[in-house]
Design a protein around this ligand. Structure first.
Ligand code: HEC
Length: 132
């Protein structure tokens, strides 16, 4: 009996398995950044009803030293992520601005409040980088 050629179906299945493994890996890398971004948003830009989010306190000059230190740490992580949507260069510019502004708030550099209020513009960033 002649040896049978590998059935095309087996090749297709093998290729599919290979491809899907690859896709899962790609997704894992992306979703880690997404988790980080969502975590920073939830921790510093959003607050339970009736309380002010850290970003609001920071904009009013009312954030404590600890809150500002955490904010800076959060934005530092944000700077290391890739945006789920939009241009990477634009994301870098926006997140760096946020980090720099939060750092000047922490240090009490003059102009820090104005810089922060401008950098933390939710809509400007969401319209470019937040997926639907
Ligand atoms: C530098 C850019 C940037 C700024 C500034 C920004 N956001 Fe976001 N935000 C994002 C991105 C990107 C997402 C989408 C994350 C995802 O779904 O992967 C997001 C998502 C969110 C979410 C949803 C989180 C979740 O769990 O899905 C909330 C809430 C949020 N932002 C609140 C705010 C508020 C309030 C402000 C302004 C005070 C703000 N953000 C400013 C980039 C930004």
């Amino acid at each position: 009996m002649k040896s049978k050629p590998t059935p095309p179906l087996a090749i297709a299945v093998a290729a599919l398995a290979l491809l899907s493994g690859f896709a899962v890996q790609l997704q894992a890398a992306d979703s880690k950044d997404e988790e980080t971004i969502k975590e920073v948003m939830k921790s510093y830009h959003k607050a339970p009803k009736g309380t002010d989010p850290v970003c609001k306190k920071a904009s009013n000059g009312q954030a404590s030293k600890e809150e500002l230190a955490k904010l800076v740490a959060g934005y530092r992580e944000l700077c290391d992520t890739k945006p789920p949507k939009g241009d990477a260069a634009s994301w870098k510019e926006k997140t760096k601005k946020l980090l720099a502004a939060a750092e000047s708030l922490e240090k009490g550099t003059p102009g820090g409040l104005e810089a922060y209020k401008e950098a933390v513009n939710c809509k400007a960033c969401h319209s470019t980088h937040k997926p639907e």
